[in-house]
Design a protein around this ligand. Sequence first.
Ligand code: ASP
Length: 336
Amino acid sequence: MNRRKFLNLSALTAPLLLSKNAIAHSAQQKNKPIVISTWDSGMPVNAAAWKILEKNGSALDAVEAGAIHIENDINCCVGLGGYPDRDGIVTLDACIMDHNANCGAVAGIERIKHPISVARKVMEKTPHVILVGNGAQQFALENGFTLESAALSTDAKNAYAEWIKKNEYKPVSNIERKQNGPFAPNFFEDGTPNHDTMGLIAMDIKNNLSGAVTTSGMAYKVHGRVGDSPIIGAGLFVDNEFGAATSSGTGEEVIRICGTHLVVEFMRQGYSPELACKKAVERIVKRDREKAKTFQVGFLAMNKKGQFGAYAIQKGFVFSVKSTNENKIYDSKFLI
Ligand code: ASP
């Protein structure tokens, strides 16, 4: 390498090295324990996780407890109270990952109240990572979970009855995605997003990170569709050396860029959680800015110092934080 090349390279890498040093410098002042979660519905979820963290419990137990809390809420868009697919069936996705890269997930599971706990059982009791559909349900029943009613919650039933009026069941392939269309509607007519996926990340007193995601997925999806939420590296990724990330929004777009894995890799390169999330959002938007205006993706991340940050494509993504210092909801920054 000649001197000019070396100097050019140094100029390029200098900010990176600086920010890495900055991280190393303040690594002593860790913000822990701490739990962060997607959306404002994360406040009670964080409170449930905090009960474990404040007693010096593990991040893994904390994120599971948080997810269980919201799965218990029949009025929430997560868990069995969530909106159904276009056949009127609620199918649930969940995953969990710990500080040793142990992970487990279920996708398209029906009539099981706590998919997050089934995901943890997949992680702890099988050599596999993901179980889907009937197999996931069968595994859950074999492990002591009970079969719940297939009835929709009142809210979901009413919403589905409205939706079906305009969107009769038509198995069409390659249909163009459009708002309120039969595929992946991202916003309801009043402008509220139709997704509420709960993704949470915790760091415990031992500096260990874990994460969990639970969702009923995108409303009115094709039966059998799996989003980003139960996919390790898309909806959730934990690397105990550098940080963890989770996502909410249009899962297909997150899967296309291995979203949360990408966010964690940016943190590994020295970016702050917020900048890492921003760079992943830019990766999606860069490909087709006009299309990106029609959907939402938000990333949420935490590094090993307990610093956190988020970034979304559009306005509207919020996240909740609980630590010894604070208990609040933040607005995410956005790109478009
Ligand atoms: N990411 C979820 C999915 O694609 C939706 C959401 O975030 O609400 O299923």
